[in-house]
Every structure is written in C-alpha cells, then in structure tokens.
Design a protein around this ligand. Structure first.
Ligand code: PLP
Length: 407
C-alpha cells in the first residue's frame, strides 16, 4: 500500500489552549501539581497528560514529535536540540561496551567522527562499509554486531541505501537498522521499507529556514520510552533537549514541507538534466546515469521526487572554490554548509562537512577534493538560475575543462 507522509502530518489536529490555530507554546521549564502524589506518579510515568520538567518532555516538544512520527509512520518520536543530539543518544542506547556497529562509509562527517573517534572510548567499534554492496555488509557482521547505520541518501556522495534488502538482512541477524533520513524527508519513508529507527537533522529541509539546529528520533513506543527513561535513557541523561519556543517554530515550518520538497526536487532535477547535457558529471539520483537511480525509483514516494541535493566534481579544489565564490558574488546561492534552505547553498565537502573523514578514506570512497555539493533552493525561475550558473561555470572554465576531459 502506498504511504502518504504529508497527508499523515496534515491529518493531525491540535488547537492552542485558547482555541488558537497553533498549539500554545509551553514557556516553562517546570510544572506545578495540586497534589503531591500526582508529582510522584508523573515522575514514575504512571500519570498521563501531566508534565513535570521540560528536559523530560514538554507539550510543544510532544506536538512536534507527533507530527514527525506521523511523517515517518512510527508510533512515537523524540525531538532533540540537534541532529547529533538525536544520533548519539540513539546509538548509545542501542549499544553496550563490547558491541559492534556496521556503518555506511559515506555519512555526515560528525557522525563518522563519533563512530570512529569517540565511541571506541566506550569499547564500541564500527566497521565502515560500502553501503551499496550488500555482500560487504553481510561479511562485516560479527557476533557482537548490534546496529546497521546508514543514511538513506548519503552525505555528500548521494549514494542510495537499499533499505528493503538491508532491513531483511538486519532482521535475519537480529540487528537494528537505524537510518538517517535527513537528505530525503517525505521522499523516502525508511520505516515502510523495514528500518527500525529513523533520525533527522531537522536543521535542514524539515525546518527549512536555517535559523536553528534541531533533531529527532522516530521509532517504536518502546524505544522512544527507553531513550526518555529517567534512570537509564540516553536522551534523558545526556540532556540534548529542544527548547519549546524552537519546537513550536519548527512545527509551523513543517506545515509547508511538502510544498518545499516538491520545489527543491523540481529545481534540482531541472539543473541536473541541463548540466548533464552540457557535459558536467552530475551526481543526482533522479538521473538515469546515477548508479542507484532505479533503486531510488523503487523506494520513493513519487510526488516528492528525488530531493534537492546534487553534486559534481569541478575538477580541482581551486576550480571548486573559484566557482563557489563567483556564484555567491552573482547571488546564485551562498557558500555555506548545511542544506534545505530557500536559497541554494554550496560547499566543497572534502574540506568542510566531510573533513573529519581522513583523506585516504575520502579517496577510497570517491570523494574528490573538487566535489561541490549543492542544496538547490526554491528559485522561482530556475531557467534563469541555470543560465546564470552556466555563465559562472564557463567563466571559471569548469564547463570547458570538463567537456575537454570527457571528449
Ligand atoms: N545527519 C546528516 C545527514 C547531516 O548532514 C547532518 C549535519 O550536517 C547531521 C546529521 C547532524 O545534524 P545537526 O547539525 O543538526 O546536529
């Protein structure tokens, strides 16, 4: 059966306490009780509908969590102060000392650094594999493996994980499949493809206004409750709580996510097709030349397209830098990390968002230093943007140099 994540968000209805069309913001860190006994019951999780302290939970955070759980088709969700504040407690909750993780090798640099440099301090070790190679994943499983971690669409190389096949394998070996879906909200629904837990950096497309960092973990009631457990819940005890004022604003921005995702995808597809014809080695899952194009097509919620991210190799870091500086000067976007903004953002991930990955590893995974990653914005006239970007590429010599190498 087809899943319609945007409809699920839309079907939720909540009013503010005075009948406001937006839920009221809970502007308190702590809550009063008329009866002392109710406080104890709430603390022990035996009383529904009461709030105790905003690190535990707050009405605003619960509302946003509900919308995100509806979007991913999970029972529950726990919002956090950043994407990393969602990823690290999840992995710490799932693993004990001595456990092993299998992770895709192309992932966000911060997640890579956590798995490679930080988690070993607690004797949790990670094998990094090519996530598009199912045999390599299976070969990496050991008796201590607990988790397979990947991004549905990888940062920055836009490799696509075969979530159905990986989840089947994970179930066979009793492993949890944790998927970071930051690059493909609405477009890919990992739970529907068999994943156990889905994570987002809300900082990106979901919030969409580049004004905050935020994150979420979506999963079963049992798992989300375990993260929030006052005695041993990693989210509760590490404390990366989202502020209520922020969760209220992220929820309001989520109301337009479906419209924005369609436009990001439409604009990215337009540029990818045009620049591919011009001879640029464009990486975009919507292009038939993308190695996992058919796989993406078999997994996606069609109405939201192939997403707003694209990349290509400008030939060298110098060319990439010159191009990005010129495009920014011409107001075609900003030379900035992050993604999902109304304006196009670009950076060279080898020296920025993936710089935590050692250069030898970057080379192995095919991350060249001339790679430019684009988060395509919501430009109204994308043909005009294309013409202006093409001029920049010609002026810097990116188009000419690349077509000469191709010919
Ligand atoms: N996951 C992905 C795919 C990301 O790109 C990022 C940040 O760039 C993160 C997680 C971390 O999110 P945050 O910066 O909100 O902590």
């Amino acid at each position: 059966m087809k899943f319609h994540p945007a409809d699920s968000i839309q079907d939720l209805q909540y009013f503010g306490e005075f009948g406001g069309v937006n839920p009221s913001i809970s502007d308190s860190s702590t809550y009063t009780f008329l009866a002392a006994k109710s406080m104890l019951d709430t603390f022990e999780g035996n009383l529904e509908g009461c709030y105790l302290y905003s690190r535990h939970t707050s009405p605003s955070n619960l509302y946003l969590g509900q919308a995100l759980a509806a979007m991913e088709g999970t029972e529950a969700a726990n919002v956090s102060a950043s994407g990393m504040g969602a990823i690290t407690p999840t992995l710490m909750q799932l693993c004990n000392a001595g456990d092993h993780i299998i992770s895709a090798r192309t992932i966000y640099g911060g997640t890579y650094a956590f798995l490679k440099n930080f988690f070993p301090k607690f004797n949790v070790h990670t094998s990094f594999v090519d996530i598009t190679d199912l045999e390599k994943i299976e070969a990496a499983i050991t008796k201590n493996t607990k988790v397979v971690f990947c991004e549905a669409v990888s940062n920055p190389l836009l490799e696509i994980a075969n979530l159905k096949a990986i989840s089947t394998m994970a179930k066979k070996y009793n492993l949890k499949l944790v998927v970071d879906n930051t690059f493909s909200p609405l477009s890919i629904s990992p739970i529907k493809l068999g994943a156990d837990i889905v994570i987002h950096s809300l900082t990106k497309f979901i919030n969409g206004t580049s004004d905050t960092v935020a994150g979420v973990v979506c999963g079963s009631n049992e798992f989300i409750d375990s993260l929030r457990n006052v005695n041993d819940g990693a989210s509760m005890l590490l404390g990366p709580v989202m502020d209520s004022l922020r969760s209220a604003s992220v929820l309001k921005n989520m109301r337009t996510l479906h419209i924005r995702m369609k436009k990001h995808s439409e604009n990215a597809m337009y540029l990818a097709e045009k620049f591919e014809i011009d001879g640029l080695p464009i990486i975009y899952p919507g292009l038939e030349s993308h190695p996992q194009h058919d796989l993406y097509k078999s997994m996606y919620n069609e109405e939201f397209g192939y997403g707003g991210m694209l990349a290509f190799d400008a030939g060298s870091l110098e060319m990439a830098d010159d191009l990005m500086e010129l495009m920014q000067k011409r107001n075609l976007g900003y030379l900035a990390v992050s993604l999902g903004f109304y304006k196009t953002l670009f950076n060279a991930p080898g020296t920025a968002t993936s710089s935590e990955i050692p250069v030898e590893e970057q080379i192995k995974m095919g991350l060249s230093d001339g790679l430019v990653r684009f988060s395509i914005g919501l430009d109204n006239n994308i043909e005009r943007t294309y013409q202006e970007m093409k001029k920049c590429m010609q002026e810097i010599g990116v188009l000419k140099v690349l077509s000469e190498t191709i010919n």
